[in-house]
Design a protein around this ligand. Sequence first.
Ligand SMILES: CC(=O)SCCNC(=O)CCNC(=O)[C@H](O)C(C)(C)COP(=O)(O)OP(=O)(O)OC[C@H]1O[C@@H](n2cnc3c(N)ncnc32)[C@H](O)[C@@H]1OP(=O)(O)O
Ligand SMILES: O=C([O-])CC(=O)C(=O)O
Length: 385
Amino acid sequence: MTSTTTISTFCEYQPGLENIPATQSSISCVDGINGVLEYRGIRIEELAAQSSFVETAYLLIWGKLPNKAELKQFQTDILYHRRIKYRIRDMMKCFPETGHPMDALQTSAAALGLFYSRRALDNPEYIRKAVVRLLAKIPTMVAAFHQMRRGNDAIQPNDDLDYATNFLYMLTERKPHPIAAKVFDVCLTLHAEHTINASTFSAMVTASTLTDPYGVIASAVGTLAGPLHGGANEEVLLMLEEIGSVENVLPYVEAKIANKQKIMGFGHRVYKVKDPRASILQSLAEQLFEETGYDTYYEIALELEKVIEGKLGAKGIYPNVDFYSGLVYNKLGIPSDLFTPIFAIARVAGWLAHWKEQLAVNRIFRPTQIYTGKHKVPYIPMKER
Ligand SMILES: CC(=O)SCCNC(=O)CCNC(=O)[C@H](O)C(C)(C)COP(=O)(O)OP(=O)(O)OC[C@H]1O[C@@H](n2cnc3c(N)ncnc32)[C@H](O)[C@@H]1OP(=O)(O)O
Ligand SMILES: O=C([O-])CC(=O)C(=O)O
């Protein structure tokens, strides 16, 4: 019996690990048939309407909604840790200004590990501080790189401003309109967690080796960046630009389908209906358009959704979270290459929740493979090749 047949009697290979449970978790739950997402049992619609990103992060990481004093303390701790060390800023100044902000973020997140004490993973105070530092400093690093690549100094966090408002302020040096800040905060809440998606799985695999939390987050950022995952939100805006008009939507989609190419912002491993986050993001975009005027991107997006439903709806291809987020960020004046770093700012909450959960029951991830190569191959000396 070969090793291939031995292993395949125990398990059937599933490309992309489709439907293979990789862990047990109480953090979030997706019902992909009915389009339901819950964080710690609470529907995403309720959190979007009533919670804030920082409160939601607390819920995800510590497993319960905070009381007033706990929330205040968490907000204060994050506020206190927002600044980044000048040596990290100096390092970031050396990054090429043409580099992608996700690469800058991955590098800077890993660099935090150089400055903070290592691997006291059984010390609750170490865990608490790492959680606070990462939530606090990631937005500062995203905004700092954005300023530096334009030749400016990084803008220091403003202690009078809340999490979302402060990030938008650091991007522009102007206090945003309260509606813009509120919409942005809801976007962060919507992106905070989503079960065992690729970047969270990546975080958990890294965590399972008991490495530092900064390495865990850096590996997750690297995974989120790809266009099949978080990177799709940037691609969606580029696609809407490329389509250019409502009339071009149908030929664009037909050409993509004929060439077996994916349409960005559509399709999902778990959802076979419209992603509930896409519906909320769409209504946020509409809220902004009501305030400041509609744009052609939105008309193109609506037509795209209609055409794709007609052509691919039977296959369960509907808008995912990345489809409407870019329209919101674009309306807030945010450059498209910051869309995925913003996703990362939010997802740090989910990654940290899974890091903590993983540590509590840790066993190193080490799956198996089905070997398809040869055996007993003789070595051929160089002169005979
Ligand atoms: C935050 C997030 O990560 S949300 C996802 C963001 N990614 C994107 O928007 C990129 C576009 N979408 C995709 O590439 C995929 O739908 C993924 C990566 C999200 C999910 O991938 P999988 O679950 O592996 O689905 P898979 O790629 O096998 O597709 C299944 C079928 O649907 C089709 N399909 C899936 N997504 C799309 C799409 N966006 N456009 C056109 N066809 C699609 C595939 O061609 C395939 O058809 P076939 O069975 O006839 O070959
Ligand atoms: O769950 C997934 O595979 C991708 C996703 O929607 C997310 O990470 O938010």
